[in-house]
Each structure stands twice: as structure tokens, then as C-alpha cells.
Design a protein. Structure first.
Length: 65
């Protein structure tokens, strides 16, 4: 929902949404907007690669619980 609002308020061709969807049987999807380098999600702005590292680190730790 946040990504959709962001895209409505910031209509630029170079900004798009990315959606991480785990395989069937796994929880933990995540959607954010990016221009390929900077990303925005509910945490705020950060480097896209840093967002992905944070997401996968948190995702893996939850899958091992």
C-alpha cells in the first residue's frame, strides 16, 4: 500500500515497485519502490542493496526459528 501511494505521488518513469515474494509455503513478502539504486519502504530511504541485505538477513533468521 505504501509503495502504491508513493508511486501515485511521485510519478516518474525511473521509479518502480519491486515485490519480493517467497516460494509457496513461506511467509515474508515485501514491497518497496526504487530507481535501482535508492529504495524507499516503511523504514524510509536507503541504498537498494542495503535494503535487500537487511530483508534477507531478517528473512533467514525468521525461517530458522
Amino acid at each position: 500500500m505504501l509503495a502504491g501511494v508513493f508511486l501515485e505521488d511521485t510519478p516518474r518513469d525511473e521509479i518502480y515497485a519491486e515485490w519480493i515474494v517467497p516460494d509457496d509455503g513461506f511467509a515474508g513478502d515485501h514491497m518497496f519502490v526504487t530507481d535501482g539504486q535508492i529504495a524507499f519502504d516503511f523504514h524510509g530511504y536507503c541504498n537498494r542493496d542495503a535494503l535487500l541485505v537487511r530483508y534477507w538477513k531478517r528473512y533467514r533468521s525468521r525461517q530458522l526459528e
